[in-house]
Design a protein around this ligand. Structure first.
Ligand SMILES: CC(C)(COP(=O)(O)OP(=O)(O)OC[C@H]1O[C@@H](n2cnc3c(N)ncnc32)[C@H](O)[C@@H]1OP(=O)(O)O)[C@@H](O)C(=O)NCCC(=O)NCCS
Length: 245
């Protein structure tokens, strides 16, 4: 099976689709998506205690399945996934050549999913109204250089920068597929220049020049970050859109 031309995904593009959760009523999401989940997804959906977590999970997994189907023509309920030892989901079937890869993120009020052909990709979204205290989380999870750069900013800018770095770090570990087995303080983002740069401790065996990063605020209260590994054709074009358009 190959990727359709009509909803084409060129090899040098990354598509990021997002859904503000308050734009989909709960009954509409249930009607659209519950029937296309597999038994594992249905069990996880059922396991959430709070209705808003159920809704978030349902829309997230519905978005992945229906978008994969738009690109390929396969039925949304036919997708089978496998999960790596560190938790990264990938398409197992139907077999695709080249492989269609995705990354998923959900947070209070927003879901986003990124799609590429063959390249490693990671997306992260966070609600910037979360209660975490930036200084405390940064000291626990950021590199010394990131903590220092945060402290040098005026207090009015620190919260914005904190969420930019947080989502970039999450996007990178998701693109590498390694989850929290990748130590968060062993790589560092520098946002002071004209482009987003990463430095990586040699322990992590990765080349900073292989990576491209992107930041966006899809809603006034959500920060999104994307990490994508450069391919043979170099930079990817990033296209971001609401899946409800
Ligand atoms: C699981 C983790 C990959 C992302 O968690 P998260 O940011 O809380 O949650 P998100 O909604 O953004 O991402 C969850 C999705 O990532 C995907 N995912 C899970 N493990 C993954 C991995 N190893 N690699 C890539 N993607 C992964 C799954 O699709 C998952 O969705 P699902 O559970 O509905 O199937 C991991 O990085 C984590 O636990 N992060 C929290 C660490 C933290 O405290 N960071 C502080 C600031 S840097």
């Amino acid at each position: 099976m190959s990727v359709w031309a009509s909803w084409g995904l060129p090899a040098d593009e990354v598509h990021v689709w997002y859904v503000p959760l308050d734009a989909i009523p709960h009954p509409a999401a249930r009607a659209a998506y519950i029937g296309i989940l597999d038994s594992v997804e249905r069990a996880r959906h059922q396991s959430f205690v709070f209705e808003r977590n159920k809704h978030e999970y349902l829309v997230a997994h519905g978005l992945v399945r229906t978008t994969l189907s738009h690109y390929t023509g396969a039925a949304p309920g036919d997708w089978e996934f496998e999960t790596s030892a560190q938790g990264r989901p990938e398409v197992r079937a139907p077999a695709l050549d080249p492989p269609l890869r995705f990354s998923l993120s959900h947070t209070e009020g927003l879901v986003a999913a990124a799609f590429t052909l063959a390249r490693s990709v990671g997306v992260d979204v966070e609600c910037v109204q979360r209660r975490e205290t930036p200084a405390r989380v940064a000291e626990h999870s950021f590199s010394p250089a990131e903590v220092h750069s945060l402290r040098t900013l005026p207090p009015s800018e620190q919260r914005r920068r904190f969420f930019e770095i947080w989502t970039l770090k999450e996007a990178y570990i998701k693109a590498r597929g390694m989850g929290l087995s990748l130590p968060l303080d062993k790589f560092s983002f520098d946002l002071d220049g004209s482009r987003i740069r990463i430095s990586i401790d040699p322990l992590l065996e990765d080349d900073p020049e292989d990576w491209q990063f992107f930041l966006n605020k899809p809603t006034p209260v959500h920060q999104l970050a994307l990490a994508v590994r450069r391919g043979d054709t170099g930079e990817s074009k990033v296209r971001l859109a609401s899946a409800l358009l």
